[in-house]
Design a protein around this ligand. Structure first.
Ligand code: 3PG
Ligand code: MG
Length: 396
């Protein structure tokens, strides 16, 4: 696709409506992970430096079309100002007054933040009048919210029908990284898919197997595949009703010439709790009544060795129950290996999804992959091969 970016926007003196994703985790009024703001800041700074009047909008959580003080974006104005090192004026609405008054008061280079777009039902309904009301604030629209681009909402999609639309730098970086990983990657490409459920990743597995040469399946979802092939997995988490589907997926992979790699050994325990006593066993010897909670060291060692053969790696989903040590061992070890191969210049690595980002942070290698997407659902839908509505409208 041909993306219109900030390079195509004559920003000086323009009022620019910037769709950000400020939907960040907040605990006791404090943002616990500022990744999204940190990555958004360069786009705002660039627009502001070029003399645009920057009108930032975003959703926050799911207020279901009604104002809700607990889901106000007000605290984000301060966080945004801190990240930018310049003031950010807050507007108590996103359309009509007082938003209009705040926007009217902006001078070139100044920044304001509008209240949560999801306080209005028109946002999620992608209502044309609501999109038009948002568009009224601005001369141009910049979408820098890749992580919300799977939503066809007024502020992510509809408004682009009312204003000239451009991709922000973060949107651009996400799309470029994803294109390198799957659209026109250097081969061979390996995908690692983990997490707990096959049911949530059917489309993803089907799309990936058509595009990658090697598909590694880990996490509890591997148990379903193993059990479907007659491996005894004890009390492990699995989806009993999906054995047929799992076999179909494996057959489909074989037809596509995609090699599927399943665990050859496992870390098991009788109880799922921190520091539970473990037994590491070959996959055919999972003790009755126990649970597989991580892939075993032989599986990771084999993967580690094979990393040298791959040119591109796409990673979504942890290999084990990484939030509960010692079941983080395989994921952390693999993360280090991927980081080393990437830093060595041999491998292009792209990872994404909430758990995956948390696991990479836990392993201390978040900044050592080629690209780590800050998106959750949007990253998954992109891996499923879906067209993201918020991206489609930026195609020139
Ligand atoms: C996210 O956090 O994944 C995005 O901001 C989308 O949020 P949503 O799932 O509430 O639409
Ligand atoms: Mg979400």
């Amino acid at each position: 696709m041909a993306l219109r970016t900030l390079d195509h926007l004559e920003a000086r003196g323009k009022r620019v409506l910037l769709r950000a994703d400020l939907n960040m985790p907040v605990q006791d009024g404090r943002i616990t992970d500022t990744t999204r703001i940190d990555r958004l800041a360069p786009t705002i700074r660039e627009l502001s430096d070029k003399g645009a009047r920057v009108i930032v909008c975003s959703h926050f959580e799911r207020p279901k079309g009604k104002p809700n003080p607990a889901m106000s974006l007000r605290p984000m104005a301060e966080a945004l100002a801190a990240a930018l090192g310049r003031p950010v004026v807050f507007a108590e609405t996103c359309v009509g007054e007082p938003a209009r008054a705040v926007v009217a008061g902006l001078r070139d280079g100044e920044v304001c933040l509008l209240e949560n777009t999801r306080f209005h039902p028109g946002e999620e309904e992608n209502e044309s009048e609501f999109a038009a009301a948002l568009a009224l604030h601005a001369d141009a629209y910049v979408n820098d919210a890749f992580s919300a681009a799977h939503r066809a909402h007024a502020s992510t999609e509809g408004v682009a029908r009312h204003l000239p639309a451009y991709a922000g730098r973060l949107m651009q970086a996400e799309l470029e990284a994803l294109a390198l990983a799957l659209t026109h990657p250097e081969r061979p490409v390996c995908a690692i898919v983990g997490g707990s459920k096959v049911s949530t990743k059917i489309d993803l597995l089907n799309n990936l197997m058509a595009r990658v040469q090697v598909l590694v399946i880990g996490g509890a979802m591997a148990n379903t595949f193993l059990a479907a092939q007659g491996v005894r997995v004890g009390r492990s988490l699995q989806e009993h009703s999906l054995h047929d589907l799992a076999r179909e997926i494996l057959a489909g992979a074989q037809d596509s010439g995609c090699e599927v790699v399943l665990p050859v050994d496992a870390v098991t325990a009788q109880e799922f709790r921190p520091q539970a006593p473990i037994r590491t066993v070959p996959i055919a010897e999972v003790p009755d009544g126990s649970m597989i909670l991580d892939v075993g060291p032989d599986t990771v060692a084999a993967l580690e060795r094979r990393l040298a053969d791959f040119r591109t790696l796409v990673w979504n989903g942890p290999l084990g129950a990484f939030e509960t040590p010692p079941f983080d061992a395989a994921t952390t070890r693999l993360a280090h290996a991927v980081a080393r191969a990437t830093q060595g210049g041999r491998l292009r690595s792209v990872a994404g999804g909430g758990d995956t980002v948390a696991a990479l942070r836990h392993a201390g290698v978040l900044d050592q992959l080629t690209y780590v997407s800050a998106a959750g659902g949007a990253f998954l839908e992109w891996l499923e091969g879906k067209t993201l509505p918020g991206v489609a409208v930026l195609d020139s």
